[in-house]
Design a protein around this ligand. Structure first.
Ligand SMILES: [Zn+2]
Length: 482
């Protein structure tokens, strides 16, 4: 009897249209022919991450790895740390207007950096190492300070009347928060914040501070007045800005609950005459659901007390830093989980209860934790067999960014479908092209069964000229005993 499959998922409209999850990127890649793909993921910096947050982030790295092989282009991850998340909210006792202060204004840059280091740095470094994918990290504070973001904001501001009902369908008031320069607090719902002037050089806002009374703020592309945009508006500006680059494709990774909210952003993008080629490309990741079917929410649980914690929720799902076994162990488990979900679009484009995710995590291979960290390379069966038998001791690849991580002494795992073989890197040599490589590397160490001219022809069928132009790396390998 065949083993019971790990996962069973029903068909869906999107899954039915795809053979593999990564194919969801293909229409845009065909239309744009990007030189690079950057997977963009943003997270509110407001305490320990929960599973849903880490799931989106792990997906970004795994899709970056898969896209690099599939298309093939350079890929990376851009992590946006949203340090404009509210740190505290108070009510004006007289007017009952709500005021809030962001994490950045409450803790300062050093405090935000410390939070990022505590909750994300080691996690991202580990994801980056495990998937051979570079990442950059940017706070919202950095982003709003960039002239490009501010100019994009000012361009949209001029047409606010046309899209404000998309950004705020219930009342038409789009929240632009300009914190008081004396204390950093701002009106949460911008009740008394007014745009008083706008021209080609910039904008001026008037607002009222809880403690310091009326004040004015000038915003231009170059100055340092802080602009804190409500979530939908921030996404509108960010996505319009990111898709302007014609050589790098930006893919926005978002939790599945964003599928609903993105309709409003798309409405506003349409009003702003955004051409089809500049509509943002978004991938929605599985939602993590409580037993009721509602999204697992830390703030909801916090508001209602620990008694409301459903029995199926394991502590690490709410605070992933409590995972027993350290960062690498957690990341390896998470990458295994998301890797399984990505094997079939039916598994990936759906939601999961915490109970089902718990079951999946507990059924991961027992030896996963014992497996040493190693670089990974997929390889054709005929070469895989030559490596496994010890007859092939030099592996040849084009020298793209992921190869820059390879070091003598590192472990390198070759995979071919369900098989794998572990090797150790004995040396690294770099060459301008395949011809120069064969002048120095023994032909039989690359492939003992084929002539030099046959090998050159085969290898150039795998790598087109623009890939070979990256340079060639020869990797000396030896088998690592069991
Ligand atoms: Zn103030």
């Amino acid at each position: 009897m065949p083993a019971r499959p790990l996962l069973i998922s029903p068909n869906s409209v999107l899954a039915n249209a795809l053979l593999r999850s990564i194919d969801v990127l293909r229409p845009r890649i065909h239309a744009m022919r990007p030189r690079r793909i950057e997977f963009v993921v943003g997270t509110q910096i407001n305490g320990a991450p929960h599973l849903g947050t880490n799931l989106v982030q792990a997906t970004a790295f795994l899709l970056a790895k898969a896209a690099r092989r599939e298309f093939p282009v350079e890929t990376s991850v851009r992590f946006g740390a949203l340090d404009n998340a509210p740190y505290d909210v108070v009510l004006d006792p007289e007017t009952h207007h709500a005021y809030q202060i962001t994490y950045f204004h409450a803790l300062g840059k050093a405090g935000v950096d410390e939070l990022i280091d505590r909750y994300y740095r080691a996690f991202f470094d580990s994801l980056s190492e495990a998937t051979a994918t570079d990442y950059t990290l940017e706070t919202y504070t950095d982003q709003q300070a960039s002239p490009a973001f501010r100019a994009e904001f000012l361009r949209t501001l001029a047409r606010m009347d046309e899209f404000r009902w998309w950004m705020a369908p219930s009342h038409g008031v789009v929240h632009v928060r300009v914190p008081c320069s004396a204390c950093g607090w701002a009106e949460k719902r911008a009740d008394r914040t007014r745009l008083i002037h706008l021209d080609d050089d910039g904008a001026a806002f008037a607002a009222v501070c809880l403690d310091h009374g009326p004040y004015e703020v000038d915003v231009d592309p170059e100055n340092d007045a802080y602009i804190d945009l409500a979530t939908l508006y921030r996404n509108l500006v960010k996505e319009r800005l990111l898709v302007r680059d014609g050589t790098t494709l930006r893919v926005m990774l978002k939790g599945g609950d964003w599928a609903f909210g993105s309709q409003l952003v798309d409405g506003a993008l349409g009003v702003l005459d955004t051409p089809g080629a500049r509509m943002p490309l978004r991938v929605f990741t599985p939602q993590v659901l409580a037993p009721t079917g509602a999204k697992l929410s830390k703030s909801l649980l916090r508001d209602r007390g620990d008694d409301s914690l459903p029995a199926d929720v394991e502590p690490w799902m709410l605070d992933t830093t409590t995972w027993r076994g350290g960062t690498h162990d957690y990341v390896d488990a998470l990458l295994w989980l998301v890797g399984e979900l990505l094997t079939d679009p039916k598994h990936f484009f759906r939601s999961f209860t915490v109970k089902e995710l718990g079951r999946l995590m507990h059924s991961r291979p027992a030896d996963l934790a014992q497996r040493p960290r190693a670089h990974e390379m997929g390889i054709y069966k005929r070469y895989f067999d030559l490596i496994a038998s010890g007859r092939k001791t030099t592996e040849i690849r084009v020298d793209d960014s992921s190869r820059k991580r390879l070091k003598t002494g590192d472990l390198l795992r070759f995979t071919c479908r369900d098989e794998e073989v572990l090797t150790r890197i004995t040396r690294i040599a770099r060459y301008a092209d395949f011809e120069e490589m064969f002048e120095h590397e023994p032909v039989s160490s690359v492939n003992p069964t084929a002539s030099k001219s046959d090998q050159l022809r085969n290898i150039r069928e795998i790598y087109p000229p623009e890939r070979e132009a990256l340079g060639v790396v020869a990797i000396g390998i030896e088998l690592v005993g069991p």
